[in-house]
Ligand binder design. Sequence first.
Ligand SMILES: Nc1nc2c(ncn2[C@@H]2O[C@H](COP(=O)(O)OP(=O)(O)OP(=O)(O)O)[C@@H](O)[C@H]2O)c(=O)[nH]1
Ligand SMILES: [Zn+2]
Length: 356
Amino acid sequence: MKDRLCELNGLGWTDWFEQRTECKPTETIARVAAVDRDQLLLVDQTGPFRAKLAGRYLHRHHLSHELPCVGDWVCLERQPGDDFGVVQAVLERRTSLRRKSAGNAIDDQMIAANVDSVVIVQSCHFDFNLKRLERYLVMVMEGGADPCILLTKTDLVDPAVLAAQLAEIDSIGVMAPILTLSNVTREGLEDLKQLLAPGKTYCFVGSSGVGKSTLINHLVDRDRLETGTVSATGEGRHTTVRRELIRLEGGALVIDNPGMREFGIVGADDGIGAGYAEITALASSCRYRDCGHTGEPGCAVLGAVHSGEISREHVENYLKLREESDFYQMSHAERRKKDREFGRYIKSAKTDLKDR
Ligand SMILES: Nc1nc2c(ncn2[C@@H]2O[C@H](COP(=O)(O)OP(=O)(O)OP(=O)(O)O)[C@@H](O)[C@H]2O)c(=O)[nH]1
Ligand SMILES: [Zn+2]
């Protein structure tokens, strides 16, 4: 038992999951490496194999974010010798990367689960945009993962331009690590590799064309990867699986994400202001733990505004942002309630039918 779990550690399994797992004794644990319509590519200590969702699970879970996505851990039934598993449950997610749809938040979709660190990629050449960066940061942090910022294509800009962009990022009080890199000269590539720790899961997000695929190609041996996928699924025609969990040579796990433009942050120049990393740090010194930073006595955040340490505008933006986030949570709870009501409605409708 312990041995099995140790081996799962290499796939990102930690005590956090161990403590929350309620698989039946007949079930085993695996991680979702890819989702391909109704088929799942799972991986465990025995290697990759295919699986489907149990019908029972499908009947009980209708919301798209309740379905397994890449990075999820699942409990499954799989007889010895079977090369096909049946997923019975999706384990609680430690972190989640979700696509928040603008306007109505009915169908927020999972992009990746249990990612430790999300690398937000922007090209310093034409793509750099502070507001968009802030939106990504918010989304990543809301999902519970640690953000990291990566500026690519440094070979295309003057060092002074890059320095100005770095200073801009600094000015909003971002605490996330910031890296720069050129896929052409490969300058900075080693620094990024150093950052990717074994057993941790990473996901790269950013606009189309900023160099994510090129970068991932540098990180893995792409040819070997594709052959591996084909043999793993046992079908030659099944070559392109999106959002795939890859284990790099150094042991880090990377979720390859070519479709990141679905992330829902395109052209979002109306972004929310930040400064929140600084503010969150200050907030821990407020007298009241649930301080709203709107005039409470002993508020460290307002104190810092008065002393000129941070700007009032930044704090106001932060409050606005937090409000939006609260609103999001609330509408999420309401959605769940609606969902339950709908479930009861279906049940009573069925009973009605039986009565007749
Ligand atoms: N000069 C320069 N070009 C780069 C660099 N990184 C990527 N490119 C080029 O930029 C183009 C887009 O790179 P991709 O790796 O496909 O970008 P992507 O982020 O994966 O884009 P999507 O797959 O559409 O999400 C390609 O022509 C790359 O060769 C870089 O660091 N410097
Ligand atoms: Zn306060």
